[in-house]
Design a protein around this ligand. Sequence first.
Ligand SMILES: [Zn+2]
Length: 336
Amino acid sequence: MTPACPTITLADFQQAIASRDVQFHLSAPRYARRKILAAAPDHCPLCRSPFDRTTPRSFSAPVIATCVHTFLGGPLTVDNLFVCCRRCQQSRASTDLLTLPDLPAHLADQRLAVLQLSQNHPASLPKSATLTEVRQALAQRHAMPRSRVYAAQPDDGSCLLGVSRRYGDRESKGLAHLLARLGGTPLHRDKRLTVYALTDTDFRRVVWQLIDANAWVIGIGRRTELRDFQDHWWVSSASVSELRARKVGGVLVPLPVSAAREVGASALRMRRLAERRRAAREQEDVEREYREASAAYVSWMATRRSPTAFPIDPEDEMAIVARYGTACRRWAEAQA
Ligand SMILES: [Zn+2]
């Protein structure tokens, strides 16, 4: 979990990134590797050149690659693996597959499916949002290449965002341009890392713009007192249902202000239910009135036909007929 951070210096920020910006080799289970290699086609899906299975160390030898690199929050499961040639794997490193030209459709689909199982930040949705709605919100982010960003939001309001260019990450360069446009002031720039300084207000806006541009934001430091949804940018989970429930690793993420004001799906359901109940009550009223008015009308007709009945006041007669007429019209309208 991201530690609370009263204040942070540039040197401390850089040091914290250095320890996290190490791309260690993660290997999938042997049975999974064997299965995937055995089922691999005879050519690389990225460069379309044929595999050389005779020389295992050659650049054309098939190797196991991750669809969404673990460095970008991808899981180490069979779903996330595919086979490409060693040359493509080395030139791509940890970059998102989307940054490669002519990505085959099946890999694009696999990438989208795996991103749903990868580390994701909560989405700005109301409490009533369904799993499908959360998945849709995440899928919107996933339409953009995944990137990795480091961030610190200390209590003193001097916030920092860091973009690493390690391993020739093409996407990070694009991200640096985005950040420059979003209003960050470059504080430090070298071959490996660019650090931007932002005020607390700008940070809260920019960090969520980055998340919505599919950044996986690694928290270096967070505020001690978390005020609202926007201060929970450092929360991420590989479980969509955890994100939907807003309970991630013991942290309860509050509802976003905009989503709380929005009319949620359950409120809409309640509203529709109340509407149906009101309509049913109205229908009942119309039918009762129709029954009673008809009964009064029938009994008045019977009275008229009977020579021994007590005569009825003409004004009352008019009222009975008028009531019956109105009840019939309302009843007919209700049936339409
Ligand atoms: Zn290749």
